[in-house]
Design a protein around this ligand. Structure first.
Ligand SMILES: N[C@@H](CCC(=O)N[C@@H](CS)C(=O)NCC(=O)O)C(=O)O
Length: 295
């Protein structure tokens, strides 16, 4: 895919008088090439081709074509892990192709791209294939560097962000799965309380990391925002299905407000499905599973 932004930039660059002068001296072309290589890297693309026209013994025009590596995401929109990747790409304003996976009949592309876990999401960027949502988010952050950073620049803050993302995946999300599987009102209430308790350290982390700003990441959505925020659609769906309120305003008021702001952000809005849609998807999934178990 030709990156139009780069083409415009290349064209403007070439039309500038100083550049025209440079281009009349062939040895300076090497410098030009380096500049464009750097720029292409910044947008995750590469120099596709160079054409040099010669007229009256002068190099009068050079035509650069930049091609950005295509970005594909394998997944389903109902998956919170997939949502992490889509939000990160939106934060970076990266265009991507979303390839819908049927998880009851995984595609050859998915099995080939993630042979170890056979799970979504998978990010395919040119010839690179990356698996595991948080690793993909880090890859996105390190690849598209001229857009807002997702991880903090300070090594200690970065370590803290990774710590809480690991806490969400290792401690909080397993409790969510437990809630889905638990039978009986009393047992459910017990898991609900564990989930609410496990949010308290995250509330404290929010106060420390956000430093009074909108997100864990400050003014912009950051790594912890993406790691935790991806589940907010399902939290609303759980409220509809089980009548369970996980983000309790009396226990974690900061997180309740944060959740509203996160879901309103333009990088998130169209990614996280409406809770009613998630409920419908879950019911369909459970019905399919019942049929499969009966056979
Ligand atoms: N740790 C993985 C979890 C991904 C995951 O569990 N994906 C689910 C969909 S939400 C999946 O692909 N499940 C299919 C399967 O387990 O076969 C990540 O962060 O990417």
């Amino acid at each position: 895919m030709v990156n139009i932004k780069m083409l415009d930039e290349a064209e403007r660059f070439l039309l500038a008088k100083s550049v025209k002068d440079v281009l009349t001296e062939p040895e300076k072309l090497v410098d030009c090439h380096k500049i464009f290589q750097t720029k292409a890297k910044e947008v995750g693309g590469h120099i596709y081709g160079i054409v040099i026209h010669q007229s009256h013994n002068q190099f009068i025009k050079e035509y650069f074509v930049m091609e950005a590596n295509t970005v594909k995401v394998l997944g389903t929109q109902a998956s919170p892990f997939v949502n992490r990747v889509l939000i990160a790409l939106n934060v970076k304003s990266v265009d991507y192709e979303f390839i819908q996976e049927d998880m009851s009949n995984k595609s050859e592309l998915l099995l080939k791209s993630n042979p170890v876990h056979k799970k979504i999401p998978v990010l395919i960027h040119g010839d690179n294939t990356i698996c595991e949502s948080l690793i993909i988010v880090q890859y996105i952050d390190e690849t598209w560097i001229n857009a807002p950073s997702i991880l903090p620049s300070d090594p200690h803050d970065r370590a803290i962000a990774r710590f809480w993302a690991a806490y969400i995946d290792d401690k909080w999300l397993p409790l969510m799965s437990e809630l889905g599987k638990t039978q009986g009102e009393e047992a459910k209430l017990e898991v609900q309380e564990k989930l609410q308790e496990a949010l308290v350290p995250l509330e404290e982390a929010f106060v420390k990391c956000s430093k009074g700003k909108t997100f864990f990441g400050g003014d912009n959505i950051g790594y912890i925002d993406i790691a935790l925020g991806c589940i907010l659609g399902w939290i609303k769906a759980i409220r509809i299905m089980l009548g369970v309120e996980l983000f309790d305003v009396t226990k974690t008021p900061g997180l309740v407000n944060w959740a509203h702001r996160f879901l309103e952000d333009k990088a998130v809005k169209d990614v996280i499905l409406e809770p009613e849609k998630l409920v419908e998807i879950l019911k369909l999934h459970l019905a399919k599973r019942e049929v499969a178990n009966a056979n």
